[in-house]
Write a protein that binds this ligand. Structure first.
Ligand SMILES: Nc1ncnc2c1ncn2[C@@H]1O[C@H](COP(=O)(O)OP(=O)(O)O)[C@@H](O)[C@H]1O
Ligand SMILES: [Mg+2]
Length: 221
């Protein structure tokens, strides 16, 4: 398996809040390699969401760079990057609530453009994250938060992209469910993806075999 490298260099980011400019990222440098799961921890307001949004190409880079295998997001283009390079797992962010879990995963399968022969079925992927048949056929809005999270991860498995990012994916889950969800993210990493998650719990991150990086007032350790 070849190694993919996501490199963040001298990333600066400032928000203009009214007339005042707030420096949020103050020169972030980091290297993320495929096959690993990274956990970004740090206090509220330290800039974690800002960093993950830039990595997901949801926001424009102001200064510094993010490259994938040596190619800048700016060069690849934000839209192209979001479509073909990165999968964003937010609790209900990319799930279509009025469709069933199975339909949500099928969309991702179709999108990955694999032929029927080489793709796992949606049911099979959902089963791997612990969603059974009857849950798979239920509307997403009728699943619990933890189940929706699992569906979002199954979607990430269906997608054929090298990077998976998640911002506090286990935010309102109990610790047991949280551990299970993180183990699923670890599976994605073991399958060769770059997995980057923001989590509030350093303890949980360690348990899940993640490489912990600490964000502190706009700088990453
Ligand atoms: N769109 C925005 N406009 C102005 N300030 C923002 C905006 N988004 C975030 N901030 C501020 O930037 C800082 C870092 O926010 P964020 O990246 O969300 O941190 P974290 O995810 O670690 O809590 C906070 O002080 C926050 O209030
Ligand atoms: Mg945040």
């Amino acid at each position: 398996m070849t190694t993919n490298i996501l490199e963040v260099t001298d990333l600066l980011h400032t928000y203009k809040d009214g007339g005042e400019a707030v420096k949020v990222l103050k020169g972030v440098n980091a290297t993320f390699e495929s096959g690993n799961m990274y956990a970004i921890v740090g206090e509220s307001g330290s800039g974690k969401t800002t960093l993950i949004s830039l990595i997901a190409a949801l926001d424009k880079i102001q200064s510094g760079d993010i490259t994938f295998d040596g190619k800048s997001i700016k060069e690849i283009g934000e839209n192209e990057f979001r479509l073909k390079y990165v999968n964003i797992v937010f609790q209900s962010f990319n799930l279509i609530r009025y469709m069933t879990a199975r339909e949500n995963v099928e969309i991702a399968l179709d999108f990955a453009g694999k032929s029927d022969g080489e793709k796992d079925t949606a049911y099979c992927l959902l089963e791997r994250v612990g969603i059974n048949r009857s849950e798979s056929d239920r509307l997403v809005q009728k699943l619990s938060g933890g189940q929706q999270q699992r569906v979002a991860i199954a979607r990430a498995m269906a997608g054929d992209v090298p990077i998976v990012v998640a911002d506090e994916p286990t935010g309102n889950l109990d610790e047991n469910t949280e551990m299970k969800i993180l183990a699923l993210f670890k599976k994605l990493a073991d399958a060769g993806k770059i997995v980057i998650i923001v989590t509030h719990s350093k303890k949980v991150a360690r348990h899940a075999n993640a490489i912990v990086k600490r964000m502190e007032r706009g700088l990453l350790e």
